[in-house]
Design a protein around this ligand. Structure first.
Ligand SMILES: CC(C)(COP(=O)(O)OP(=O)(O)OC[C@H]1O[C@@H](n2cnc3c(N)ncnc32)[C@H](O)[C@@H]1OP(=O)(O)O)[C@@H](O)C(=O)NCCC(=O)NCCS
Length: 157
């Protein structure tokens, strides 16, 4: 594998959007998967636009001329007032997983964040996304908050 991690260009837009289905993995069973996919496309669009305006960064992993992964990162204020870095999207193509692509993309996002003088990198992932949770744990990420949900169906008498 001749893997290269580099900033995304306009010409990568289609290849980046093609990774959107990867971001619908691990969405809770009670959510609409089509809507999740649509949201993922919009997040990637927004991240590409933010990077173009230098409000954040998007890096792609390229292997033999093919885009096989993407990560986006932006500054985001934590409620304590601290300015964190936030990874909005990370996706690796199915045929490229377990080859260190995700680790190298996250390293690029972390380097960018350090370069901005930011001290923490945060992100969110689906509770059901066990692969991602194991991946982030392997990279040293700790759980900071947990979102809880329950349906509001009428309770039986
Ligand atoms: C999560 C994801 C980005 C990982 O990318 P990847 O390129 O396969 O990860 P790497 O090869 O760099 O793995 C680094 C380490 O993470 C851990 N890891 C990765 N995938 C794992 C899995 N399926 N099970 C257990 N551990 C895993 C391992 O410790 C691995 O190191 P090793 O291969 O030396 O054992 C990829 O699976 C993916 O794109 N998933 C779908 C999208 C997604 O869930 N994005 C993140 C949430 S928004």
């Amino acid at each position: 594998m001749s893997l290269q991690i580099r900033p995304a260009h306009d010409q990568d837009h289609q290849a980046v959007i093609a990774l959107a289905p990867r971001l619908a993995i691990g969405v809770a069973a009670w959510r609409d998967p089509e809507a999740a996919m649509g949201a993922a496309r919009q997040w990637l669009d927004g991240s590409m636009a933010a990077a173009k305006e230098r409000r954040g960064a998007v890096f792609v992993a390229e292997d033999g001329g093919e885009v096989v992964g993407v990560v986006s990162v932006v500054p985001q204020r934590h409620f304590t007032g601290a300015e964190d870095a936030y990874v909005g999207e990370l996706a690796v193509a199915p045929h490229a997983v377990r080859g260190g692509v995700g680790r190298r993309l996250m390293a690029a996002a972390e380097d960018w964040a350090r370069g901005q003088g930011l001290r923490h990198l945060t992100l969110e992932t689906g509770a059901a996304n066990l692969t991602a949770r194991r991946f982030y744990a392997a990279l040293g990420y700790e759980e900071e908050g947990i979102r809880l949900t329950r349906p509001l169906n009428p309770l039986p008498d």
